[in-house]
Write a protein that binds this ligand. Structure first.
Ligand SMILES: [Zn+2]
Length: 175
């Protein structure tokens, strides 16, 4: 088992190697670590992110960690409404595409068009992956601020967005 220094969140292999560099960069770690010049619309310093986010939220959004299953109440939320990125408030998902699965994360069949982008992440222990082993997962991050939201996974015969509840703000529809 990979050594995990956090009692709450699990660190993915990818960020175990890139996290140190990310701490010194104002731009999101994923773009920098891939060596490209992609510029997200919203860029904050690490200090600004830490002031805006709780510890758990920072670990997920800015370090790519994964919350424990069922730790966020949003996993079983079924009311109609909108799900916004906690990093920049972009409307990213909608309740009409949400699926409740006992896995305990927040699953959607679709994102709001043009709201999320994909990166390469891998292997994720929560999905049966082993650190250092083969296999990667498509990583889902916010189009506007670059924050990590979750992953793209194949479950229940569908490709789904598997999103951390702590990465989202739920705004119930008006009754
Ligand atoms: Zn965002």
């Amino acid at each position: 088992m990979p050594k995990d220094t956090s009692p709450i969140l699990s660190r993915r292999g990818f960020f175990a190697t890139s996290g140190a560099a990310a701490l010194t960069l104002a731009a999101p770690a994923r773009a920098e670590s891939h060596g490209d010049t992609f510029q997200f619309e919203i860029v904050r310093t690490e200090k600004e992110w830490r002031e805006q986010l709780s510890g758990i939220e920072y670990g997920i959004l800015r370090e790519g960690r994964t919350e424990p299953p069922k730790s966020s109440p949003l996993w079983e939320e079924t009311r109609p409404g909108a799900y916004h990125c906690k990093g920049c408030d972009l409307h990213s998902y909608d309740g009409i595409w949400k699926i409740v699965l006992d896995k305990g994360w927040v699953f959607f069949e679709h994102a709001v068009p043009n709201a999320v982008l994909f990166g390469i992440d891998g292997p994720v222990p929560e999905y049966g992956g082993m650190a250092g082993g083969p296999g990667t997962v498509p990583e889902v991050h916010c189009r506007r601020c670059g924050s990590h939201l979750g992953h793209h996974v194949f479950l229940s015969r569908k490709i789904l967005h598997c999103i951390n509840g702590y990465a989202l703000d739920f705004k119930p529809a008006e009754a």
